[in-house]
Write a protein that binds this ligand. Structure first.
Ligand SMILES: NC(=O)c1ccc[n+]([C@@H]2O[C@H](COP(=O)([O-])OP(=O)(O)OC[C@H]3O[C@@H](n4cnc5c(N)ncnc54)[C@H](O)[C@@H]3O)[C@@H](O)[C@H]2O)c1
Ligand SMILES: N[C@H](CO)Cc1c[nH]c[nH+]1
Ligand SMILES: [Zn+2]
Length: 422
C-alpha cells in the first residue's frame, strides 16, 4: 500500500459508477417491456441474462427444504443468533405515534404508519449475502411492514443461494421471486401477473439494478444507491499492525472498487501495516479483488498529530470508521462524519457486518456527511395530525388569512374566514 504524508485535508478516491447512456436506454427498454408484457418479459430476460428457463418465478417450499440440506444446523443457529441481535438493536429505533394538546383545545401530533409493502433486491453471484437479507428484512418487520418481498436472479440450476433462502425463511419471508436485474426492479415498481407492486425498493445491485432504481423512483420510493464498501482505520502507535491489516483487507475483498485507508500519526505503524497487508494478502482466496482494490483505492496517510488525523477522517466521511487508539472513547465527540464507528481493537468491522446488531447498510461515497445507515425509519411514513378547536381558529384565523393574502392566495384566506362569517 502507498504511504503518503498528509496535513488534515484529504479526499477519498472513490469509484462512482454512473453508467453509460447505452445502459440507461437498455434499462428503459426493459422497464417498458415488463410494464407491457409482465411475467413473460421477466422469464425472457431471465433466460437471456441468467441463462435459465423458469416455469415459475416463485421460490417453492421444496426449494426452501433443499436449501436447509445445504446449510448445517450450527450455521442456522448462528443465523438465528445474529437475527436476534439485529432485532434487539432495531427495536430501540422504533418511533411511536404521539399527540399533544394545547390549552385552547388544539391537538397536534404525528401518526407513524408502516409502509404496506417493500421489496428487497438481493444481488446474484458472489455478492449474494444472507447477512444483507437479515439487515433489510428485520428493520422492515420491526417497523410493522406486512408484506416483504425478496427478488434475486436465479443461478444456472434455476434456484437461489441456500444461505439466502435459509435466512429469508428463518425470518418468515414467504414471497421470494427468482428474477434479477432491471426487470426485477420494474416488476416491483409496476407489478406483473405474479408479482404485486410494492411501495419502496431496497438493496444493492449492479449498474443495471442501480439505473432501474433511479428510473422507477417516483412510482415507488427507493433506498440509497449504495456504492462500494469503504473502511477508514484511525490508529495510533498503540495499535497492532497485523490486526489493522486484516481489517483493511476485510473490506478490500468485497470489490475491486472498495476503499480501505489507514490514517495515523505513527510512521512506524504505517510501515508495519503496509508490510502486513502485503503478507496477509498472499493467502486470501479473493486476493485478486483485494489487491486491485488496494492498488486503486487503498492508502496509508500519515499525519503529524492525532488531531490532524481526526480532521482527515472527517474529510473522508467513511462508511465504516475504526478507532484503534489509546483511548478511542475520548475521540467519539470529535467524529462528525462516519456511517458506523467501531471502537477499540476488539470491534473489528466484520463484527458489525454480521453480528453486533447494528445495520451494515451504511452511507458510502462521502454521503455520511449528510445521511445515516439503514434503520426502522426508512420503513415507516409519518402523517401530521391537526385538530384545531373553535376557540383556536377564532383567535387565529385573521393571522392565517393575512399570511394567505401575503402569498396572493385568496381562496386560502376565505376558507378560514368562512367559518366566522356573520
Ligand atoms: N454496497 C453493498 O452493500 C453491496 C452488497 C452486495 C452487492 N453489491 C453490488 O452488487 C453487485 C452484484 O452484481 P451482479 O452482477 O453479480 O448481480 P446483480 O444481481 O446486481 O445483477 C445481475 C443481473 O444483472 C442483469 N444484467 C447482467 N448483464 C446485463 C446486461 N448486459 N444488460 C442488462 N442486464 C444485465 C441481469 O438481469 C442479471 O440477472 C456488485 O456490483 C456489488 O458491488 C453491493
Ligand atoms: N461490509 C458490507 C457493507 O459495506 C456489508 C457486508 C455484507 N457481508 C459482508 N459485509
Ligand atoms: Zn463487509
Amino acid at each position: 500500500m502507498k504511504i503518503e504524508r498528509i496535513a488534515n485535508t484529504v479526499s477519498l478516491k472513490r469509484s462512482l459508477e454512473t453508467g453509460t447512456e447505452e445502459q440507461r436506454q437498455q434499462v428503459l427498454a426493459i422497464i417498458d417491456d415488463v410494464k407491457r408484457n409482465g411475467d413473460q418479459a421477466l422469464k425472457e430476460y431471465t433466460k437471456k441474462f441468467d441463462g435459465v428457463s423458469l416455469q415459475s418465478l416463485c421460490v417453492s417450499e421444496q426449494e426452501i427444504e433443499q436449501a436447509y440440506t445445504r446449510v448445517n444446523e450450527e450455521m442456522v443457529e448462528i443465523i438465528r443468533e445474529a437475527a436476534e441481535n439485529i432485532r434487539d438493536y432495531h427495536e430501540r429505533q422504533k418511533r411511536e405515534s404521539w399527540m399533544m394538546m394545547k390549552e385552547d383545545g388544539t391537538i397536534l401530533g404525528q401518526k407513524v404508519t408502516p409502509l404496506d409493502a417493500v421489496g428487497l433486491y438481493v444481488p446474484g453471484g458472489t455478492a449474494a449475502y444472507p447477512s444483507s437479507v437479515l439487515m433489510n428484512v428485520i428493520p422492515a418487520q420491526v417497523a410493522g411492514v406486512k408484506r416483504i418481498v425478496i427478488v434475486s436472479p436465479p443461478n444456472k440450476q434455476g434456484t437461489l443461494p441456500a444461505g439466502v433462502l435459509v435466512a429469508a425463511n428463518e425470518l418468515g419471508v414467504k414471497e421470494i421471486y427468482k428474477v434479477g436485474g432491471a426487470q426485477a426492479i420494474a416488476a416491483l415498481a409496476y407489478g406483473t401477473e405474479t408479482i404485486q407492486p410494492v411501495d419502496k425498493i431496497f438493496g444493492p445491485g449492479n449498474i443495471y439494478v442501480a439505473l432501474a432504481k433511479r428510473e422507477v423512483f417516483g412510482q415507488v420510493a427507493i433506498d440509497m444507491i449504495a456504492g462500494p464498501s469503504e473502511i477508514v482505520v484511525l490508529a495510533d502507535e498503540t495499535a497492532k499492525a497485523n490486526e489493522i491489516a486484516a481489517d483493511l483487507l476485510s473490506q478490500a475483498e468485497h470489490d475491486e472498487r472498495a476503499s480501505s485507508i489507514l490514517v495515523t500519526p505513527s510512521m512506524k505503524l504505517a510501515l508495519e501495516v503496509a508490510s502486513e497487508v502485503k503478507k496477509q494478502l498472499e493467502t486470501l482466496p479473493r486476493k485478486e479483488i483485494a489487491a486491485a482494490s488496494l492498488e486503486n483505492y487503498g492508502a496509508i496517510y500519515v499525519t503529524d498529530t492525532l488531531e490532524e488525523a481526526v480532521a482527515a477522517v472527517n474529510e473522508l466521511a467513511p462508511e465504516h470508521l475504526e478507532i484503534i487508539t489509546k483511548d478511542p472513547m475520548s475521540l467519539i465527540g470529535q467524529i462528525r462524519n462516519a456511517g458506523a464507528i467501531f471502537l477499540g481493537r476488539f470491534s473489528s468491522e466484520p463484527v458489525g457486518d454480521y453480528f453486533a446488531g447494528t445495520n451494515h447498510v451504511l452511507p458510502t461515497n462521502g454521503t455520511a456527511r449528510f445521511s445515516s445507515g439503514l434503520s426502522v425509519d426508512e420503513f415507516v411514513k409519518k402523517s401530521s395530525i391537526i385538530l384545531y378547536s373553535e376557540q383556536a381558529l377564532q383567535e387565529n384565523y385573521t393571522k392565517i388569512a393575512a399570511l394567505a393574502r401575503l402569498e396572493g392566495l385568496e381562496a386560502h384566506a376565505r376558507a378560514v374566514e368562512e367559518r366566522f362569517k356573520k
